[in-house]
Write a protein that binds this ligand. Structure first.
Ligand SMILES: Nc1ncnc2c1ncn2[C@@H]1O[C@H](COP(=O)(O)OP(=O)(O)OP(=O)(O)O)[C@@H](O)[C@H]1O
Ligand SMILES: [Mg+2]
Length: 301
């Protein structure tokens, strides 16, 4: 499954309308890594949407005390995209990610992952689907304290009954790519926060999920470790064609993505596509939108 992926070809297409990315010609696609073993995303055609969010609404509370956290949110993410979600505190970013990741249930609308509508899935099927198709990275790494990094990363494969020899190969491979080979036999308390987050990223990636979701993954990291984690995300995206959805309030973190969706008051306000522009130029454009939305810098969003 190391075929080319549609990494945002469009330049500066901002606006309310959110469209799926189009595939680049093969010659224009960055070099890809080795063939992955196994995995749920195998068989997804190039340019096929991995995620389709259609008229998604989420209302919390009841009579007199209602919060419309999401209102008519629609967008599509193609395989191999790295998409950022930005917005002020309380704008609905986590709600959106939680509805997509099935942690929370939508009030109406649909969330289709790899062709399956998760809003209509029964609990038993959902658990399997989540395990096989989705990967999560939280603000705190959520590693199991009593397991080494190697065991933490291997856990989802062990649960899926992948043979031990294959587990070992896949864990070593992903660890090498995310620069954590040296900490594989350490326990979480023996690692830095940044290393823990990269181990969490490896754990999310190792099952080759259709979609990896991260909610403020750099939120608890200093700038050096944030940069290292974001570079790991780039590696996941470029070398594994992982499709990543990352919530962040930080323009610097968002500048590592291929596209940013800006959310305001539960609605998509606009989107920015990186196209071929360098990260620094994309950062400047993100900051312009942040300013336009009333923010005063990375902390305002
Ligand atoms: N379980 C809940 N019950 C009631 N209201 C909720 C619940 N979860 C979120 N909300 C409300 O929904 C809105 C969106 O919240 P959400 O957590 O998605 O914001 P966010 O964009 O992730 O903010 P932050 O940047 O602070 O994490 C807010 O007004 C919040 O108060
Ligand atoms: Mg949040």
């Amino acid at each position: 499954m190391n075929e080319a992926s549609p990494i945002n070809p469009m330049v500066a297409a901002s606006g309310r309308q959110v469209a799926a990315a189009h595939a680049r010609p093969a010659s224009d696609v960055p070099a890809t890594g080795p063939v992955r073993t196994g995995g749920a995303a195998v068989g997804s055609a190039i340019g096929t949407p991995v995620l389709e969010v259609v008229h998604l609404e989420k209302v919390y509370g009841a009579r007199g005390n209602v919060t419309r956290a999401l209102e008519d949110v629609s967008f599509t993410v193609s395989r191999g995209e790295f998409v950022g979600i930005m917005g002020a505190s309380g704008s609905g970013k986590s709600t959106l990610l939680n509805c997509v990741s099935t942690i929370d249930s939508a009030t109406s609308g649909s969330v289709v992952v790899n062709g399956a509508d998760v809003t209509r899935m029964k609990a038993a099927k959902l658990a399997k689907f989540r395990r096989e198709q989705l990967g999560f990275i939280f603000q705190d790494s959520n590693l199991l304290d009593t397991l080494t990094a190697r065991e933490n990363i291997a856990l989802p494969l062990t649960i899926a009954r992948v043979p031990a020899r294959e587990v070992s190969v896949r864990v070593e491979d992903v660890a090498m790519r995310l620069n954590i080979s040296a900490v594989l036999d350490k326990y979480p308390y023996q690692m830095s926060g940044g290393q823990q987050q990269r181990v969490a990223a490896a754990r999310a990636l190792v099952t080759d999920p259709a979609l990896i979701m991260a909610d403020e993954p750099t939120g608890a990291l200093d700038s050096k470790n944030a940069r290292l984690l974001l570079e790991s995300f780039e590696t996941m995206n470029r070398q594994y064609q992982a499709t990543v959805l990352m919530v962040t309030h930080d323009s610097f973190a968002a500048s590592y993505t291929n596209r940013v969706l800006f959310i305001r008051d539960g609605k998509i306000f606009t989107e920015l596509r990186r196209g071929d522009s360098p990260r620094r130029a994309f950062f400047d454009r993100i900051m312009e939108v942040v300013a336009m939305m009333g923010g005063e810098g990375s902390d305002a969003l």
